[in-house]
Write a protein that binds this ligand. Structure first.
Ligand SMILES: [Zn+2]
Length: 314
């Protein structure tokens, strides 16, 4: 029997990425990338549904759809409660996608789906106590504790723990991890200090490599803050592995090596986690969406088998 065809869609803060694949999801099978309409939540919902339907049509025979979205997400109810970036509230995505496509729908939170992907086929393979920490425009974590992914939609907001940082945060607090160490914060802090516009954190790192002292300081501040955040988490939930994901993980050893050093310096009685870079990078959410599609398909199978048996029976 051929592996079922799965449609996987990952909605980020600014773009919708989708793919069609079969068998174990691969990072390589991306086929669609669309912008999200800004400041127009109903149009954003339609844009997501359009991508899903387009990919189902293109696949010809989609067996299931996986969709993951950012913000406050109720995985169990299938509802996107709220997204600060996109502005939507209480969107019943699982039902909407089911109505449009007629196939089983796996639905969830983008970061938790990324964590599921890293734990299933990525850098945290089979690890029972895992923190997946994507660092991009913001910072939040997927928490696997004793083999179980925590799905509390309010959990994992590591970006807003107080790491004694020097910045006011968009959340209204002062000292948050995200305000110093998100990719956006790194770029913003460098530009504010030097007057030099940069495209992102990667430019700041390049400047640091050229010996730019301000860039070195901004980068070091970010690494120190992430290390503090990890040690706070380690004191509470003692992960065996921390997988760093998101755009900042593209810095590779330039991020991971100093981060390991800083965490090692800061731990006292906490278990020192192994810190590794994401294996799936920016594809983690979409691979996670494909895994959710697979799960939804498996969950739907016993019922459909039963119906088939009944129909074909004497
Ligand atoms: Zn904050």
């Amino acid at each position: 029997m051929n592996a079922p065809t799965l449609v996987a869609v990952d909605v980020g803060g600014t773009a919708i990425k989708g793919s069609v694949g079969s068998g174990p999801p691969r990072a390589s099978d991306e086929v669609v990338r669309r912008p999200i309409p800004a400041d127009d939540p109903p149009a954003a919902v339609e844009a997501v549904l359009d991508v899903v339907v387009e990919l189902c049509d293109r696949s010809g025979e989609a067996a299931a759809v996986g969709l993951v979205v950012p913000g406050l997400v109720d995985d169990a109810a299938g509802v996107a409660r709220y997204s600060e970036n996109i502005g939507w509230r209480d969107v019943r995505f699982r039902d909407l996608v089911g109505e449009r496509t007629g196939v089983p729908v796996g639905f969830g939170h983008d970061v938790r789906a990324g964590g599921l992907a890293e734990r299933t086929v990525g850098a945290g393979h089979d690890v029972d106590d895992l923190l997946f920490l994507p660092i991009g425009a913001g910072i939040s974590g997927a928490m696997v504790v004793e083999g179980r992914m925590l799905t509390n939609p309010y959990g994992g907001e590591l970006g807003h723990v107080d790491v004694a940082g020097a910045e006011d945060c968009v959340c209204g607090a002062h000292g948050c991890l995200e305000a110093v160490a998100s990719a956006s914060a790194i770029a913003r802090r460098y530009t504010r200090a030097t007057g030099t516009p940069v495209r992102g954190a990667v430019d700041v790192l390049a400047a640091a490599d050229r010996g730019d002292n301000v860039a070195v300081q901004v980068w070091d501040d970010a690494v120190a803050a992430i290390a503090r955040g990890i040690v706070i988490y380690a004191g509470l939930l003692a992960p065996e592995v921390v997988v760093i994901g998101g755009g900042l993980s593209r810095a590779g050893d330039r991020l991971i090596d100093p981060l390991r050093t800083q965490v090692h310096r800061l731990v006292r009685m906490q278990r020192e986690p192994r810190i590794v870079a994401s294996a799936l990078g920016a594809d983690a959410g979409r691979v996670g969406a494909a895994l959710l599609a697979q799960r939804a398909l498996e969950a739907a199978r016993p019922a459909s088998t039963a119906i088939t048996t009944k129909r074909n029976g004497p």
